[in-house]
Design a protein around this ligand. Structure first.
Ligand code: AR6
Length: 187
């Protein structure tokens, strides 16, 4: 495995939008206007990303979410960040792999809708986890390709969002995203 991505963010600029990948915890992204939740349909706490964000945000987040639920695969809703270091949380329901079809379209829709909501809320920076690649079982390489292609494709039309970060929990996930964002290994 290439160790060069272990600590340094991997970056690429598309039409003035910086797209980067780092290893880290989605609940610890100081400086970002919004973090994205890999949510469940009920928008309540769970394992993985949803657990980490709801724990850090406190019970006010689940309360704010209740009237917004349920959401369908591919949809996204925005709330405030409560006790998180971020003003907003954008909750996306990714597809359950092998169940929600067409999976690729639904996963791409999560990233697209999240960025649309960020623009509507006039946000400058958004941090995403690797939606659907945990409990929902989406194969990592395929999910990463959809995530990076969609975000790079959307970057052209963004007017306010200037920084998009993928926050990956482990080094092998980071390596996959890094290879797609900066195929030459450069930053
Ligand atoms: N920060 C960044 N990435 C994380 C973190 C974290 N704190 N924790 C896990 N990951 P998952 P999904 C990675 O399961 O597949 C929940 O229970 C993880 O390694 O959070 O969309 C909800 O309630 C994986 O690569 O989301 C839903 O029911 C990726 O984040 C369901 O899981 C996504 O894993 C959603 O499943």
């Amino acid at each position: 495995m290439n160790q060069s991505h272990e600590n340094d963010p991997v970056r690429r600029s598309v039409n003035g939008v910086r797209i980067e990948a780092v290893r880290g915890d989605i609940a610890g992204q100081e400086g970002f206007d919004a973090v994205v939740n890999a949510a469940n349909a009920q928008l309540q706490t769970g394992g993985g990303v949803a657990g980490a964000l709801h724990r850090a945000a406190g019970p006010g987040l689940a309360r704010e979410c209740r009237p917004l639920a349920p959401i369908a695969p591919g949809e996204a809703v925005i709330t405030s960040g409560h006790d998180l270091p971020n003003a907003h949380v954008i909750h996306c329901l990714g597809p359950i792999y092998g169940q929600d079809e067409p999976a690729e379209e639904l996963l791409a829709s999560c990233y697209r809708r999240a960025l649309e909501l960020a623009e509507e809320a006039e946000l400058g920076s958004v941090a995403f986890p690797a939606i659907s690649t945990g409990a929902f079982g989406y194969p990592l390489e395929e999910a990463a390709r959809v995530a990076v292609d969609t975000v790079m494709g959307e970057a052209d039309g963004l007017e306010l969002v200037r920084l998009i970060r993928f926050v990956l929990y482990d080094s092998s996930t980071l390596e996959v995203f890094a290879g797609l964002i900066a195929p030459e290994g450069g930053s």
